[in-house]
Design a protein around this ligand. Sequence first.
Ligand SMILES: CC(C)(COP(=O)(O)OP(=O)(O)OC[C@H]1O[C@@H](n2cnc3c(N)ncnc32)[C@H](O)[C@@H]1OP(=O)(O)O)[C@@H](O)C(=O)NCCC(=O)NCCS
Length: 171
Amino acid sequence: MSTADFKFRPLAEPDLPLLHAWLQRPHVAERWGPAEPVEELREDFLSGGTTRAFMALLDGEPVGFVQSYVVMGSGDGWWEDETDPGARGIDQFLAHAHQLGRGLGRAMVRAFVARLFSDQAVTVVQTDPSPDNPRAIRCYAAAGFKAVGEVVTPDGPALLMRCWRAASPQD
Ligand SMILES: CC(C)(COP(=O)(O)OP(=O)(O)OC[C@H]1O[C@@H](n2cnc3c(N)ncnc32)[C@H](O)[C@@H]1OP(=O)(O)O)[C@@H](O)C(=O)NCCC(=O)NCCS
């Protein structure tokens, strides 16, 4: 699996029912919590703000969801110590349970991180899996992220992992 196989299409109104259906799948809901209704997804992702949401396409087919956000100034108790305007955060999932644990996630994350670093203003990319999500932690480590330490977020404990521009692996 190569990062080159992945493309990212900005989330759009016609994607909301599919995203809502994906969020109800047990392997996603287990990590992302109860699925928000379509109206809230629209408000979260399509009404401005600094969060950018994308459908991840593999060979043109939607296989996952990724979002990026500006870490500094996230608000609501998130990342209050961040002072670097170039820091971005990402969250993601694969949509199809039968595709987990086959290396797809690391290829998707690498491709998305490379896309973020194509913006010279971006200095570092972080992600914050639950400490009890070893599959995600191993995936992010394989994609070039280093564990910085455990933190407490408004969603509970998390392992903060960061990928600096120079550490971003190439295919
Ligand atoms: C997290 C996610 C994107 C990772 O993608 P993926 O394709 O499953 O991950 P990869 O196959 O690239 O890597 C998984 C790694 O975890 C390992 N792994 C798989 N299942 C595991 C388990 N139950 N316990 C421990 N390790 C596990 C794999 O062996 C692999 O590690 P290795 O190659 O070093 O041996 C995907 O699993 C997913 O969407 N999960 C559901 C939602 C979720 O957890 N989202 C992330 C929230 S932070």
